[in-house]
Design a protein around this ligand. Sequence first.
Ligand SMILES: Cc1cc2nc3c(=O)[nH]c(=O)nc-3n(C[C@H](O)[C@H](O)[C@H](O)COP(=O)(O)OP(=O)(O)OC[C@H]3O[C@@H](n4cnc5c(N)ncnc54)[C@H](O)[C@@H]3O)c2cc1C
Length: 428
Amino acid sequence: MSERIVILGAGIAGVTACEEILKEAPDAAVTLLSDERDLPYVRPLLSKLALNTFLRDRLPLHTADWYENRGVRLLCGTAADRILTDKKEVLLADGTALAYDSCIYALGARSHVPPIPGANLPGTAVVRSIDDLQKIRRLLAAARTAVVIGGGVIGLEFAWEIKKSGCAVTVLEALPQLLPRVLDAQSAAVLEERAAAAGISVQTGVRIARIAGGTRAEAVVLADGRRFPADAVLLCCGVRANTAVAERSGLACGRGVLTDDTLRTSAPDVYAAGDCIQIDRSARHDALGQCDTDDLNPGLWTYAAESGRVAGYNAVHGKNGAVVFAPKPAAVLLSALGTNVFSMGDVREEACDRTLCGSQPACSAAFLVNPHTGADRCYEKRFYRGGRLCGAVLIGDLTAMPAIRQELEAGQATDPAKQACKTPEVTR
Ligand SMILES: Cc1cc2nc3c(=O)[nH]c(=O)nc-3n(C[C@H](O)[C@H](O)[C@H](O)COP(=O)(O)OP(=O)(O)OC[C@H]3O[C@@H](n4cnc5c(N)ncnc54)[C@H](O)[C@@H]3O)c2cc1C
């Protein structure tokens, strides 16, 4: 009998796992399920297409035929309730049981709604799915003012699209800077200037008291009394891993579903991938003592895809030699606010050797800033640790991006600490 593999979640992690399984075990009986009604799609495009673009045509990762022709049983609009790990079955919300030999948990993440009074009023919205976006479009069609709560990548992309659609928009960020997970403070200040030049009002370091309104949102009110009128309020406040199904199934969870570095969960023959995972490298690397014990999931497309590939491979070959998931340095590319932003690697000044190198081209330590404001308005900042490039930011002209990417990836490949994490093949 061919191997039965059930994949929970048909985001990029689940679909990439499916592609890898088809490559490694073409005879496997693969079931791929998602509670969304749409064909699996390219989620980042939700915030990268003009708000009036027709979506359902543009986004799918593959056509329905693609799955059918490869014998993949794709179940859209199907929710998983729990994994019965002792019986090796997935129980669906409608009571159906799916038997598996291997299972991959790739249920992704959901938008975080902070505990702000009024956050659930009509007129507010989050964005994670096509359905969310359709709701936002309906809201914005009748809106003259909008507030985006959250100055991260998605918040800024939406603010830009809203502005382009002709609606006045304000971005409110609780932390003292924009893109807090992506930029250092100096680079964020440069971006804030660009946002102002593009006509987007940005308020950082704010404390939101409530979303005011009677039957629907009318304004966002700050603790200091300032009030921002809003016919529509978008909550772009980060995500939380979808761990409920795992918890009900008895899988070990922290902020995400806990896995070792081969993406094996605490249950036999159950792997996990994508936005929902939290890797506990100490599970196998105690002896090395050099690796992070608690990797931060960056919540990025490439991380989800690559972890899906590894989970798919290990679901097929895990018993004979699982491969380790060694993610590349996280890279973020943003095109919004009338400019481009690229950030990759570790861009925390405090994590670098702190000597400012000015415009010296060869920098053995510290960070190097090249804040050009000439015609191309290119801003470049490089971060060094131990003489090695560990991170970089570009704002404006991104010509240097491929070279930086290459240098950072090559640096990781020769970094002794990362090497220790990259044990090539493992079984346990
Ligand atoms: C608007 C937006 C813009 C983004 N832009 C970027 C970007 O520019 N660059 C970048 O790197 N990343 C970006 N991201 C993040 C990126 O999209 C995610 O990291 C990636 O999609 C995660 O993939 P995943 O497969 O782990 O999870 P998901 O894509 O979340 O897929 C999980 C699937 O499981 C389903 N599911 C959940 N619970 C159940 C259940 N009980 N039963 C059945 N199905 C269930 C979900 O509905 C979902 O379809 C963006 C995200 C959003 C929302």
